[in-house]
Design a protein around this ligand. Structure first.
Ligand code: UDP
Length: 320
């Protein structure tokens, strides 16, 4: 298929673009490089530098079979302080993209949604029919886009899938996580091992969990990318499917730090700090729907494998 990957120079977008090229698709990456990196566009993909509001319509005019939409702002704390960036950069820009797709008759969409659409869960594992009560503008903006996509499927026959990721980690060859502002646990812990940061802060050790630290569901970015390829292949005209994507196992902050110590051989000093605003205690996905309906089989669920791949990537990029 001829596919447009928005945000394909970012972390998840670049790994998915690489998987799509390998699967034999004709891939064009559209990215404004506000947070992405030009060298993260995979070989074999075309690259267009531009943003969704201005460039998407021009590019889609060439005629595409589908769009995989990753381009977004994704920092929770920034979204609390500057919500306008999220309503504009995520919601308005996605509306422009949907309109460009409608204008040019692009039939399929796979959207990068998030577990943040659910907010504080009543039950874990979290299923797709759980209440959606996002606790920050980032999650609210992604939920608004999910609703827009649903309405376009009904009204305009779009074949659409929203994939709600839990905690994405790991790397794929030379494609991995390198944010200018790093907020995620595993890259931060590995920065300590690489010597670019002195210690890691544990945001609260008084949570109602076995060791008092928050529990999250870490999914390998390769398993995530495989799910996007499946979602594209199974998309149906006029249907908006929503699937959660995680490994189904929770690991605490302390367990993650311990796994990083084992993989890197570095002592990784950790300091307990106050809780971070907006963090739920436990987030674990039920991926039963994706597994049962689309035959998804996550293969790299072991924390040591996930951390090991991320560590190899960190060393290559930081010259450790
Ligand atoms: N966390 C932490 N120290 C850090 C970064 C994150 O203790 O320097 C915790 C955070 O409070 C959460 C978990 O690690 O419980 C995962 O956070 P991350 O930002 O990686 O992902 P999120 O779950 O917020 O999407």
């Amino acid at each position: 298929m001829k596919l447009l990957v928005t945000g394909g120079a970012g972390y998840v977008g670049s790994v998915c673009a690489a998987h799509l090229v390998t699967a034999g698709h004709d891939v064009t990456v559209l990215d404004d490089l506000s947070t992405g990196h030009p060298d993260a566009v995979p070989e074999g993909a075309q690259f267009v530098k531009g943003d969704l509001t201005e460039a998407a319509a021009d590019v889609l005019a060439e005629g595409f079979d589908g769009v995989l939409h990753f381009a977004a702002r994704s920092l929770v704390s920034e979204s609390v302080q500057r919500p306008e960036l999220y309503w504009s950069g995520n919601v308005v820009a996605s509306l422009r993209l949907l309109e460009a797709m409608r204008l040019h008759g692009t039939p399929r969409l796979v959207f990068s949604s998030t577990a943040a659409t659910y907010g504080e869960p009543e039950q874990v594992p979290i299923r797709e029919d759980a209440p959606t009560r996002p606790t920050n503008p980032y999650g609210a903006s992604k939920l608004a886009i999910d609703h827009m996509i649903g309405s376009y499927a009904v009204a305009h026959g779009l074949a659409a899938t929203s994939l709600r990721y839990f905690n994405v980690a790991g790397a794929h060859g030379r494609f991995g996580e390198r944010h200018t502002v790093e907020t995620h646990l595993i890259p931060i812990v590995l920065q300590v091992a690489a010597g670019t940061r002195e210690s890691v802060q544990i945001f609260g050790d008084d949570w109602p969990t076995a060791d008092g630290t928050c529990v999250r569901d870490y999914i390998h970015v390769d398993d995530l990318a495989a799910a996007h390829v499946l979602a594209l292949d199974h998309s149906e005209t006029g249907r908006h499917a929503v699937y959660n994507l995680g490994s189904g196992t929770g690991f605490s902050v302390r367990e993650v730090i311990e796994a990083c110590r084992a993989v890197t051989g570095h002592p990784i000093p950790a300091v307990v700090a106050p809780r971070r605003g907006g963090d739920p205690a436990v987030l674990i996905a039920s991926s039963e729907a994706m597994i049962g309906e689309l035959g998804w089989r996550p293969e790299r669920t072991d924390l040591a494998t996930i951390v090991g791949d991320a560590w190899r990537f960190t060393r290559e990029h930081q010259g450790v």
